[in-house]
Design a protein. Structure first.
Length: 101
């Protein structure tokens, strides 16, 4: 499956979002990771079980389409919010002081 963001980049976006309490990009990143897991699971089922290949192929294909759409969504959101696209650091204008508990 083609990816615009690596797993480590997605983790960095999630970390930035959690540190500064800005959850929207993190939510999209988490779902991208989930779609990767779903896709991998379906590919393994196709290759390792006697179950209906068409079912697993359909799920894998739709996971790929959804993955591509969410990656593009994440890219656009990061651009709209003016994240640094090289470092994937959140802009200072969105950073909130983390709460202390």
């Amino acid at each position: 499956m083609k990816s615009k963001f690596s797993d480590s980049q997605l983790s960095h976006i999630i970390d930035q979002s959690l540190i500064y309490q800005c959850a929207c990009p993190a939510q999209v990143a988490k779902h991208i990771i989930g779609l990767r897991d779903l896709h991998d699971y379906q590919k393994n089922c196709i290759n390792q079980t006697g179950t209906d290949k068409a079912v697993h192929q359909r799920i894998a294909a739709d996971a790929e389409r959804a993955h591509a759409a969410l990656e593009e969504c994440l890219r656009e959101v990061l651009c709209l919010e003016e994240w640094d696209m090289q470092t994937l650091n959140m802009p200072a204008s969105l950073q909130k002081t983390p709460r202390s508990f």
